[in-house]
Design a protein around this ligand. Structure first.
Ligand code: AMP
Ligand code: ZN
Length: 505
């Protein structure tokens, strides 16, 4: 598997620190408002990376923070006349709702900055003790000049940056030794949340949060650190400086950055005001369409948001969904045929008809049983083998720096294959294999393509009646099948003396 590393600016072979395990940190949102679909891009992209790594057999420890102390949160709290905590808790809850809708799995741990202040003070203290940080009137700065490798991630020319940032020296932060020094701790202003520290009552800078939370939940060295490309400089550059100077070890092996989601070729952002919240998009579209749209481009390519592209995403997703529901329909046709011949046998037995028709009927039963056991003809075995080829192609695409665009193209090929080769004449085993293949490849991308039909009460009652009839006819296979089908819909059956009762989960 090859992964593009921002640090080396090339694709590298992916080798984990510990065999079979991946430690991964993704910078999460600052929670002062509903997230916009630009914020959703890293969430969806790196959730997909995680799912793929798990598919490859890795155990992934996935940590993603919520930044819950920040100027923007404080400003919003003042605007509404409530506490910062109320704002951050409200928007963490809202963000989690959006993530769930987008089928973004919760991280192994979602640390919150305000819960980790002790760790931040300890790391800042270590940096001060080692001479990498200095305190001026209660503000602690990181001494960038002392870290020889500063700039290695963003590949920036530090002298240019220094002269470009000289203006900072005359706009308030004039106590700094170097324009590139950045804040680790700042004293509180009136009405701001604060914590006691050896330097002042105050709060941490943004960058130190991630260094500390990553170390606490994943250890001093991690495999993957990720986020949007706007975080490369200064946020991730500063995280590297803090972590490597504190721990004396390389911080992260692979740095992954998603490109921007744009509107009219400009970055979607709160400050430009050119954004749509996830919530707004979900009023118009199924959340899965948004997920599909995000994955239809490679994560390192800019993606321009437009109604046309969303329509194209909707059509693409529908094509997969239609193929899946068609396969289900074909299987149901097959099941109907099988149970019809099964009941022919039963009728023959029940009716105690003459021996020849009974033999004929049980012969029919043998054929059905044979078909169900061996499943496939030689020709079908061949079709099954070509299907496995799609799985390999899918993995090849994803092994090449998580190329979801190509991976989706492979799912389309598989869909085309199923649409043009499979009919109700095929064995259930083959149809099921095709169905499972499309569903499971889609699932690696976090795309839900199975129809989740909500069963109506009347349908449930009908299925229960059919199950009773099947049991009476000693067709236990069908009876179990119905029970399982209902269980999949979250419906449990209770066999009581008064008859079958059911309840929804
Ligand atoms: P923020 O809340 O601004 O710190 O952003 C949270 C995450 O969303 C970070 O990883 C950002 O890089 C990412 N992000 C913000 N805007 C965009 C955008 N327009 N396109 C892609 N990623 C973005
Ligand atoms: Zn971060």
């Amino acid at each position: 598997m090859r992964v593009y590393n921002t640090l080396s600016k090339r694709k590298e072979e992916f080798v984990t620190l510990e065999p079979g395990k991946v430690k991964m940190y993704v910078c999460g949102p600052t929670v002062y408002n509903l997230i916009h679909i630009g914020n959703a891009r890293p969430m969806i992209v790196f959730d997909t990376v995680r799912r793929y790594l798990e598919h490859k057999g890795y155990e992934v420890n996935y940590v993603s923070n919520f930044t819950d102390v920040d100027d923007k949160i404080i400003a919003k709290a003042n605007e509404e006349g409530v506490s910062s905590q109320e704002i951050s808790e409200r928007y963490i809850a809202e963000c989690q709702k959006d993530m769930e809708a987008l089928n973004v799995r919760p991280a192994t741990t979602h640390p919150r900055a305000t819960q980790e202040i002790d760790g931040m003070i300890a790391m800042i203290q270590t940096l001060v003790d080692k001479g990498y940080a200095y305190d001026v009137d209660g503000t602690v700065y990181f001494r960038t000049r002392k870290f020889q490798e500063y700039g290695k991630l963003s590949h920036k020319n530090l002298d240019d940056l220094r002269s470009g940032n000289r203006s900072l020296l005359v706009t308030g932060e004039d106590q700094k030794e170097d324009p590139l020094d950045f804040v680790l701790w700042k004293p509180k202003k009136e009405g701001e949340p604060s914590w006691p520290s050896p330097w002042s009552d105050g709060r941490p800078g943004w960058h130190i949060e991630c260094s500390v939370m990553s170390k606490k939940y994943l250890g001093e060295q991690i495999d993957i650190h990720a986020g949007g490309e706007d975080l490369i400089f200064p946020h991730h550059e500063n995280e590297i400086a803090q972590s490597e100077c504190c721990n004396g070890k390389e911080f992260a092996k692979y740095w992954l950055h998603n490109a921007f989601l744009n509107i009219d070729n400009r970055k979607m952002s709160k400050s430009l005001g050119n954004f749509f919240t996830v919530r707004e998009i979900l009023e118009k579209y199924d959340a899965q369409v948004l997920r599909f749209f995000m994955l239809s481009a490679h994560y390192r390519s800019p993606l321009n948001f437009s109604a046309d592209l969303m329509e194209a995403a909707k059509n693409g997703l529908d094509r997969i969904r239609n193929a899946v529901s068609n396969l289900k329909y074909l299987m149901d046709c097959g099941t109907a045929a099988e149970s019809k011949s099964g009941s022919a046998v039963q009728n023959a037995v029940d009716g105690k008809q003459d021996l020849t028709s009974l033999e004929a009927a049980s012969g029919e039963l043998d054929l059905v049983a044979q078909g169900m056991a061996s499943g496939m003809t030689v020709e079908e075995e061949g079709l099954l083998a070509s299907m496995k080829g799609y799985e390999e192609k899918f993995d090849e695409a994803m092994d090449d720096d998580f190329n979801t665009a190509d991976a989706i193209a492979v799912i389309f090929e598989m869909v085309k294959f199923a649409n043009s080769n499979l009919t109700s004449e095929n064995s259930r085993a083959l149809l099921q294999a095709a169905y499972d293949e499309i569903v499971s490849l889609s699932d690696i991308l976090g795309l839900i393509v199975e129809e989740k039909e909500e069963l109506l009460d009347a349908d449930i009652e009908a299925l229960i009646a059919e199950r009773q009839a099947a049991r009476k006819a000693k067709n236990f296979a069908r009876a179990d099948e119905i029970r399982n089908l209902l269980a999949k819909q979250g419906i449990t059956l209770l066999d009581t003396r008064e008859g079958v009762k059911w309840k929804r989960a």
